[in-house]
Design a protein around this ligand. Structure first.
Ligand SMILES: *Cc1c(COP(=O)(O)O)cnc(C)c1O
Length: 409
C-alpha cells in the first residue's frame, strides 16, 4: 500500500464537534465533589441521609438516582447531542422499558430483522400484554407506509440491522411516520453505530437506544442499556418506569461504562479502519460469495449510510462458499478471532447467527433475511489488522480448500 493511501482518513464525514471532549468532560466536572476528584467515584451507598423528612441533598435512594449513574447519564446525553440520557441494567431492559410506555391495544412496527432479543420481547412479551405488532422491511418505504395504523404508537428500527447490515433511511422513515401521526415515537437502536458515527435524533428519531454492552462500553465486561431523548413527555414516562420497574445498572457498572466512553472516539476510528481493510479482503476472496459492510461502497445502501452517518463501525457479515460443515470448520480454525456471541469490544469476534445469536428466530424468517448456514458475522476488533486478515485467510483456506474446486467449476 502506498504511504499516502495509508495516511488518508478513512471516514467520509467530519466527527461531531466536541465529541471527544464531551466524552471526556461532560458530566465529569471535579467541582461537583467536595474533594475535587478528577475521576468520578463509584458511589455504592444504597441510601442517603436527609436533613429532615423529604429535605435532602438531591439523593434519597440508589434506584431513583445516584451520583455514579448521574455522571454517566449526563455524558451519554451529551454524546448524542440530547437533553436527556438514562441508563439501564441491560440493552434488553432499556428496550422493555421503552415499550412499557405503550398500552394494551397500541400498535408497534418493527424492522423484520431486528436484534433477536428485541424480536423475542415483541413477540413473546409485548404481544401478551395486548400490543399489536407488525414486522416490516424498512428498506422499502411502501412497506412501512402500508403498516401504519390509527393505533400505531411506536416504530422501532435498527440501522444497520443485525446481522445482515441492511440500512434504513432514518429521515425518510421519520418524515413518513410523523406526517401520518406526529405522536408516533420513533426509536432507533443505534448499538451498531454508536453516537460517534450516527446521531438518529438529528434525523427525526424521538429516542435512541443502545446496548452499552457493545461499543459504548467497548471492553466486553459490562451488560448495560442506554436511552437518549429530547422529548420532555417521553423522558418523564421513562424516568418513572426506570424508577418504578427498577431495571437499573449498578454504580460499579456505571463507572465502567463512563470510563469506556472516554476512548469511544479513538476506538471507533480504529474499529472502522480495521473493518474497511477486512471488508476489502473479503470482497475479493474467492472463498467468499458475498460481503456486507455498511461502510463499503459496494453496500447496496451506502448512499444512505453516507447521508446519515459520518463513518461505520466494525460489523461485517459474509457468506462463505460451501455448506454448514465448511462454515463450522472455518470457526474451529480461527486463532485470533474468538468464536463468541456479542460484539463491539476491543477483541475480534466471529459467530454463526443461524445457530447462535439468531437460533431462536423462526428459520423461515431467518431465511428471508439471508441468515443462512454459510453466513458469518464478524465484530472486527482493535488488534493489528494484518493479523486479523491472516487469521481469516488461513481459516477460510482450511475450511473451504478440500472441496474448493467443486464450488468453482
Ligand atoms: C446486544 C444487543 C441488544 C441487547 O442488549 P443487551 O445489553 O444484551 O441486553 C439490543 N440491540 C442490539 C443491536 C444488540 O446488539
Amino acid at each position: 500500500m502506498a504511504n499516502d493511501e495509508k495516511d488518508q482518513p478513512s471516514i467520509w464525514g467530519q466527527p461531531f464537534q466536541k465529541f471527544a471532549t464531551d466524552a471526556i468532560h461532560a458530566g465529569q466536572e471535579p467541582e461537583q465533589w467536595n474533594s475535587m476528584m478528577v475521576v468520578p467515584p463509584i458511589t455504592v451507598s444504597s441510601t442517603y441521609k436527609q436533613y429532615s423528612p423529604e429535605n435532602h441533598a438531591g439523593y434519597k435512594y440508589c434506584r431513583i438516582k445516584n451520583p455514579s449513574r448521574d455522571v454517566l447519564e449526563t455524558c451519554v446525553a451529551a454524546l448524542d447531542g440530547a437533553k436527556h440520557g438514562l441508563a439501564f441494567s441491560s440493552g434488553a431492559a432499556a428496550t422493555a422499558t421503552c415499550m412499557q410506555t405503550l398500552k394494551t391495544g397500541d400498535h408497534i412496527i418493527s424492522s423484520n430483522d431486528v436484534y433477536c432479543g428485541t424480536n423475542r420481547y415483541i413477540k413473546k412479551i409485548a404481544a401478551n400484554s395486548g400490543l399489536e405488532l407488525s414486522f416490516v422491511d424498512f428498506t422499502d418505504l411502501k412497506d412501512v407506509e402500508a403498516a401504519l395504523l390509527p393505533n400505531t404508537k411506536m416504530v422501532w428500527m435498527e440501522t444497520p440491522t443485525n446481522p445482515t447490515m441492511k440500512v434504513t433511511d432514518i429521515k425518510a422513515v421519520s418524515d413518513l411516520v410523523h406526517k401520518y401521526n406526529s405522536d408516533v415515537k420513533i426509536v432507533v437502536d443505534n448499538t451498531f453505530m454508536t453516537s460517534y458515527f450516527q446521531r438518529p435524533l438529528l434525523f427525526g428519531a424521538d429516542a435512541v437506544m443502545y446496548s452499552a454492552t457493545k461499543y459504548m462500553n467497548g471492553h466486553s465486561d459490562v451488560v448495560m442499556g442506554l436511552l437518549t431523548t429530547n422529548d420532555e413527555e417521553l423522558i418523564k414516562q421513562l424516568r418513572f418506569l426506570q424508577y418504578a420497574m427498577g431495571p437499573v445498572p449498578s454504580p460499579f457498572d456505571c463507572f465502567l461504562v463512563n470510563r469506556g466512553l472516554k476512548t469511544l472516539a479513538i476506538r471507533m476510528e480504529q474499529h472502522q479502519k480495521n473493518a474497511i481493510a477486512v471488508a476489502k479482503y473479503l470482497e475479493v476472496n474467492p472463498r467468499v460469495t458475498k460481503t456486507v459492510y455498511a461502510g463499503s461502497e459496494s453496500h447496496p445502501q451506502f448512499h444512505i449510510t453516507k447521508k446519515q452517518a459520518i463513518g461505520c463501525s466494525g460489523m461485517i457479515g459474509f457468506w462463505m462458499q460451501g455448506n454448514l460443515e465448511n462454515c463450522k470448520n472455518f470457526f474451529t480454525h480461527l486463532k485470533v478471532f474468538t468464536l463468541a456471541e456479542s460484539l463491539g469490544g476491543y477483541e475480534s469476534l466471529a459467530e454463526h447467527p443461524a445457530i447462535m445469536t439468531h437460533g431462536s428466530v423462526p428459520s423461515d424468517q431467518n431465511e428471508k433475511s439471508g441468515i443462512s448456514d454459510t453466513f458469518v458475522r464478524l465484530s472486527v476488533g482493535l488488534e493489528n489488522v494484518e493479523d486479523l486478515i491472516a487469521d481469516l485467510d488461513q481459516a477460510l483456506t482450511a475450511a473451504v480448500s478440500s472441496n474448493f474446486r467443486k464450488y468453482n467449476s
